[in-house]
Design a protein around this ligand. Structure first.
Ligand code: MG
Length: 345
């Protein structure tokens, strides 16, 4: 862990928000210096996808929040509104919770286009409808021109679950599934931002994937799913390292098994960016007990956002994340210092 760099930093920089080791250090050394972190369930101390608060009559209320600063605000495959809902729905889903209600807090810059705002709201509405949730309360602020870059959206969400799924529950012998192609969002947003032209349009994967996750949970009842995490900022590399570290296991990934859209792979190679280190906004990494793996994979593949799902590796004793390369070698996948694409969500 690189706990040193930011302790010496006197000011915040973009990497502190880029979902990698530098952000982890900021969280550990500054942001979680809070006394009451937990309401008897899973709280801030766990740094999971959300918090889980035990209910008096059984089960848990899951709560999560996310602020969205993606640049540009419109990109192929989505916009800031779709991300704002999907990010929160997916964090609830990663804890096994059915999304129920969301809040929406929007900060706008003076001069922001009314038409653009209508499009963003329609997009939030459509994404919420996909998972039968509701946006139930909100807040709107406007700041003077130049005080922020167009628009920032915060959403919070609640959902309910009988027993939360953690990101730290992997056990040796488990299989690891990814619910679809990797790297689409980060590469698509970067290409749009920098106006790079490729032969094929690169599209973000941003989507609320609760239905895909529910299919996986149902196929492995009651507790064949051992861990889940959405590989957002810092990508698959960051998420796998976090899961391995928290679970106290080693994860071995087969490079050839990782689904990657050929156009995204080509663009990433051309841009010199590691496709495993960039954000996904409609994907999950799922640990599953081996005897359930086949059934869970089939269930995921039967959902619209899970068609390209694959078993990409397995869990063993040890630590770290190991990649078995296509040519038969092995190398470690380290957690990136930060996502190579800043302001990606
Ligand atoms: Mg998450």
């Amino acid at each position: 862990m690189h706990t040193d760099p930011h302790v010496r930093d006197k000011t915040i920089n973009l990497l502190h928000g880029a979902g990698g080791e530098l952000m982890n250090a900021l969280i550990a050394d500054v942001l979680t210096r809070i006394t009451n972190k937990n309401a008897g369930g899973i709280g801030l101390e766990s740094l999971d996808d959300g918090a889980a608060i035990p209910l008096t009559h059984g089960g848990y209320l899951v709560l999560t929040t996310d602020t969205h600063v993606v640049k540009p605000i419109f990109f192929p495959g989505g916009d800031i509104g779709r991300i704002a809902v999907s990010g929160t729905v997916n964090d609830l889903a990663m804890m096994g919770a059915a999304p129920v209600a969301l809040t929406s807090a929007i900060v706008l810059e003076d001069g922001f286009s009314m038409d653009a705002l209508r499009v963003i709201i329609a997009s939030m509405d459509a994404a919420t409808k996909e998972v039968d949730a509701a946006i139930v309360t909100g807040d709107t602020k406007v700041v003077e021109k130049g005080a922020l870059d167009q628009v920032i959206i915060n959403t919070a969400g609640i959902g309910f679950v009988e027993k939360p799924v953690r990101d730290c529950g992997l056990r040796p012998g488990d299989k690891l599934i990814v619910t679809g192609t990797v790297g689409d969002h980060g590469i698509a947003v970067l290409a749009k931002r920098e106006d790079f032209k490729f032969r094929t349009e690169l599209r973000s994967d941003v989507a609320p994937i609760w239905r895909t996750i529910k299919a996986a949970l149902d196929a492995a009842k009651p507790d064949g799913i051992t861990a889940m995490k959405d590989p957002t900022r810092g990508g698959v590399a960051s998420a796998l390292n976090e899961m391995a570290r928290k679970s106290g296991v080693e994860i071995v990934i087969n490079e050839e098994a990782i689904p990657i859209n050929p156009a995204i792979r080509a663009a990433a190679e051309m841009l010199g960016i590691d496709v495993l280190a960039v954000a996904n906004e409609g994907k999950a990494l799922i640990g599953v007990q081996a005897e359930h793996a086949k059934r869970v994979l089939a269930a995921i593949k039967g959902t619209p956002y899970g068609r390209d799902a694959a078993v990409i590796g397995e869990v063993t004793d040890g630590e770290r994340v190991l990649l078995r390369t296509a040519i038969g070698g092995t190398r470690f996948i380290d957690a990136p210092l930060g996502d190579p694409v800043p302001r990606v969500c």
